[in-house]
Design a protein around this ligand. Structure first.
Ligand code: IVH
Length: 677
């Protein structure tokens, strides 16, 4: 933000300078320093000042120009028609005034305007020029008037679309659209960049920009970029459809990629309804979107509405709540988990992002702190998308307070003082105190009592802490020996609540093998693995005595998990606790080990799920596993089936490329014997 100043002239100059700087970081370096929302705030501040003091207006102001530059490294392309930006709206009222203005300018008395509503893709704008059906030129938006010549690179992105298809291919067709990277492609790219020791990208937009603006087109060719068309530029054709809606259909017929989420909507209500539905679906989409674009569909109306200096009057970008924000990292704290894993956690100055107030973010491990080069007191960019835990994307080094010091990762457990040991090439830090460490014991007992484990109602964190402090229990097996009087003596407990807790403990004794296994807190054994183990072995004794080879024959159990299970059951201490628990009366219904349904088409097959299915993905996975299939996350030549839902993303393309069998949800259900074929 600009420094507070009572001098509007000075403020305007400061804001312009900062906006220019951030434009440069965003468009030229593909390495923005601040989140978009912060940029938007500064731009709005400048707009407000310029509106209040018209004498300070200037043609060269960032409020009057399309952000962007032409890099000296690419040759220049002058756009046959300028590439403009869009006006932004953040509130429903702003959409209302946009619609009002459209109707006023068109002199419409009544009736709703038809708009096309479409996702605002978070990538970068490009213009593609086709002559006689061939892709002859591609350019970035640049400053709107001239952009960078990226023809070779776009030929790679448009591999399958360098030639238009269908009849009546127009002699000249300029298509505008967005180059972007899908979320799973982004994750995969970052994983391989990291493995190769190369630079990772902060978000899919930066990855797309960095991948497209490569001087060597063979680098672009290896990057998973996608493209959707959203408008026309220069056109010479016998027939150009009369509405934006039909133009988009036409582009589809010519073989160009167009989003399948476009909708024709009526008036403000239709726009806002589309906005809400798409916001709800945001996290399920395979790519990032930062809002909705509404466009007047009739082209003759677009023509009469025309443009301002920067943006069309017939379109509006209605932004979604930001998923990235700036805040201050006040402190780095160390948490000790149930299995001793030591995790640094960032305590943040509370900030509203992704729809909630965030005050903590995980820092994962020592390497992550080093990678981010983060220190206490730093200004950081926080991202919270969907239900994913908030994360810190980057630090703003220019805003580091004077005298701040690098964070020193502890070499002793902050809770019990035991030495910290490192696993997996030094990435994972663990307290070596085991169950001597109060933090580990406490987390272990809390986990044992939790709903998906033994489900002991009323045994919350505060009670566990007191029971441990007063040495009424040492480990989970002591829970079942507790007496009402002992519990009633705790703070904020009375006979009634103590009786309830003892009853809940009694009730929890009747459980299921899977729940019991999960409750034991074996490292790396989550709910699903516990279930698989229970189903496959049927009884505890054979799991406890299984060797690693036998364990690995269970679907989804690899060498690392098998070792962890074996080591856990080998510890005399753990065996003792289990014996005590069983002696105290914990029991579950006996069942026979499961035989795989060997006649299923999915038995012993590797299956990948992609896109949105009508059932939860976890349910589809369970159905497949019950039929003996292995469900994996990425497509390879070892994949037997790819089940595609709606909006499938790049996995389906990859399957097609590798010749892997692709089936839709109906075929999947029918092969699973769950529907008529
Ligand atoms: S239409 C003259 N439609 O948003 C109108 N733009 O903030 C041209 N964008 O530069 C833009 N999705 O890069 C349009 N469905 C969409 C879009 C879209 C993303 C980008 C585009 C544009 C920027 C403006």
């Amino acid at each position: 933000m600009a420094k507070p100043s009572s001098d509007p002239g000075g403020q305007v100059i400061a804001l312009r300078e900062q906006l220019e700087f951030h434009n440069y970081r965003y468009y030229v370096l593909d390495d923005p320093q601040i989140p978009d929302i912060e940029y938007d705030r500064m731009l709005r501040e400048l707009e407000a000042l310029e509106a209040k003091y018209p004498e300070l207006q200037e043609e060269e102001s960032p409020t009057q120009k399309v952000g962007g530059f032409v890099a000296r490294t690419f040759s220049e392309v002058v756009h046959a028609q300028p590439m403009r930006s869009l006006s932004n709206a953040f509130e429903a009222e702003e959409v209302e005034s946009f619609d009002r203005r459209v109707r006023e300018l068109l002199d419409l008395e009544r009736g709703d305007v038809e708009y096309v509503a479409e996702p605002k893709l978070d990538g970068l704008a490009v213009s593609l020029r086709y002559e006689n059906g061939w892709l002859v030129q591609a350019a970035t938006r640049g400053d709107g008037r001239k952009g960078e010549n990226i023809t070779q690179n776009m030929r790679q992105v448009m591999r399958q679309h360098t030639r238009l298809s269908g009849k009546d291919v127009p002699p000249i067709l300029e298509v505008r659209g967005e180059v972007f990277m899908r979320k799973d492609d982004f994750d995969q790219l970052n994983r391989s960049q990291q493995a190769a020791g190369d630079k990772t990208f902060v978000n899919p937009r930066n990855a797309a920009a960095g991948s497209l603006r490569q001087l060597d087109p063979s680098v672009t060719a290896r990057r998973p970029l996608s493209f959707y068309s959203y408008a026309l530029g220069d056109v010479v054709s016998d027939r150009v459809p009369p509405t934006h809606w039909e133009i988009m259909q036409w582009l589809g017929e010519l073989g160009l990629p167009v989003s399948d989420r476009l909708e024709r909507v009526k008036g403000v209500e239709g726009c806002l309804d589309y906005y809400r539905r798409t916001l709800d679906a945001r996290d399920q989409l395979s790519y990032d979107i930062d809002g909705i674009v509404y466009k007047v569909s009739r082209m003759d109306w677009q023509q009469s509405l025309g443009f301002t200096a920067k943006a069309p009057r017939w379109a509006l970008a209605h932004k979604f709540p930001a998923q990235e924000e700036i805040t201050v990292l006040e402190k780095i704290e160390i948490q000790v988990g149930r299995t001793g894993a030591i995790t640094p956690v960032a305590r943040l100055k509370p900030v509203f992002v992704g729809g909630v107030t965030v005050s903590n973010a995980t820092l994962h491990n020592r390497d992550e702190i080093a990678r981010l080069d983060v220190q206490e007191g730093d200004s950081v960019i926080v991202r919270r998308a969907g239900d994913v835990i908030p994360e810190i994307l980057s630090v703003i080094p220019q805003r580091r307070p004077k005298g701040s010091k690098p964070f020193v990762f502890p070499d002793h457990c902050p809770v019990c003082g035991s030495a910290v040991v490192y696993e997996r090439d030094g990435v994972i830090a663990r307290c070596s105190g085991g169950l001597f460490c109060d933090a580990q014991r406490r987390e272990n007992i809390k986990h044992f009592a939790s709903r998906k484990a033994m489900d002991i109602e009323g045994l919350g964190e505060k009670i566990v802490d007191q029971l441990l402090e007063q040495e009424l229990i040492h480990d989970v097996s002591d829970l079942y020996a507790l007496k009402i009087e002992q519990v009633a003596s705790l703070e904020r407990m009375a006979t009634k609540s103590a009786t309830n807790l003892i009853e809940a403990l009694e009730k929890s004794k009747h459980t299921a093998l899977a729940q019991f296994l999960f409750a034991l807190g074996i490292p790396l054994v989550g709910e699903t693995t516990a279930e698989t183990l229970a189903e496959n072995f049927g009884e505890l004794e054979s799991i406890m005595s299984a060797d690693e080879e036998r364990l690995q024959r269970v679907p989804d159990i690899g060498p690392v998990v098998a070792e962890s299970i074996r080591v856990f059951f080998e510890q005399p201490h753990n065996r003792e606790i289990i014996t005590k628990l069983l002696e105290n009366g914990i029991e579950w219904p006996k069942s026979a080990p499961r035989e795989a349904a060997s006649d299923s088409a999915f038995n012993s097959k590797t299956v990948v799920l992609t896109g949105t299915l009508s059932m939860a993905r976890s349910d589809a996975k369970k159905i497949l596993q019950n039929l003996g299939a292995k469900v994996t996350g990425s497509v390879s030549k070892n994949t037997d089936f790819v089940v595609v839902g709606v909006d499938p993303g790049s996995k389906a393309d990859k399957a097609e490329h590798l010749g892997v069998k692709i089936i839709d949800e109906r075929e999947f259900l029918s092969l699973a014997g769950l529907a008529d074929s």
